[in-house]
Design a protein around this ligand. Sequence first.
Ligand code: MRU
Length: 352
Amino acid sequence: MLRSIEWLGDRVRWINTLKLPWEEETVETTDPERVALAIERMEIRGAPAIGVAAALAVALAAARSTAGSLEELRHHLHRVVERMRRTRPTAVNLFWALKRMEAVIDAGHRDTGELREAVVREALRIYEEDIEVNRRIAEAGSKLIDDGDTVLTHCNAGALATVAIGTALGVIRAAWESGKRIRVIATETRPVLQGARLTVWELMKEGIPVKLIADTAVGYVMSRGLVSKVVVGADRIVPPGYVVNKIGTYTIAALASRHGVPFYVAVPTSTIDFDGRVEDIVIEERNPDEVRTALFRLYTTVPTVEVMNPAFDVTPPDLVDAIITELGVVARPIEVGLRELRERRLRGELVP
Ligand code: MRU
């Protein structure tokens, strides 16, 4: 099983996704700041993966801290949490994971040793849960995929965006492993090509048939009846069902609706911001050179041109046919299903 990130006792190791598909480079560190930089540079990316990485960075800080008192250790860990919080603004999993880490930091431990252990344990719990949650999403979602389907996916919501398995690609993997003869269409996902570089790499590694298209070809392939279903991941979902995901997702959802293609979103419930409001969502604006160049190697425009580079967009609920979670499939009306999930969370049913 491909693991994008691992805890090695005193170190964290991850696959540097910036190097894929040319090179399978792994990076190891004992330094939480190096993990923060990896998230900012997108060596580690994808909503669940950045949440897990941030939690492991706090665990590293706890494991190697030389703080002599509980007060000092707590203060240090809170500073690391704050640093991790500033790495990327949109994916809610990051804030969700850090809130869990903060609850442990403030839980009233007797000494530094106990606090250190509790922090490491919680980070590992978040890590292990991610694998199990993705397995359940895959199982629930694969039931929506039929033998013979061609599934279009955008960006990379695979093992490389989680600890393992993936959300949207988990659904695709589970359908394939259950014997359904499916095909995948992956969009390139400009500007940094997560679809072309990562999704294609992951699927080809496992022999799942995949065809790559330019983002601009989505309308054409749908109009020709070449897509049976769309499955994507998300960085944040807010009531009554707004889906924040990689830029271009909204265009795909609008086209899917126009052509009667079901549009599914696969997420852990940790991606659902039950109390969030669409007006408050911060859409990350990234480096203009992502757009001006082909992966920073060659300018494809006049280098001084003004650029707009939002990393995510917002798909409205009426374009979403179902949300696939580890607790099952939320069908239309999405708003009602989300309300039920929220109540289950308040009753403490959700993981954790
Ligand atoms: O900017 P990225 O590569 O972190 O964006 C990732 C996405 O938009 C994914 O689709 C999303 O995080 C879901 S990953 C399971």
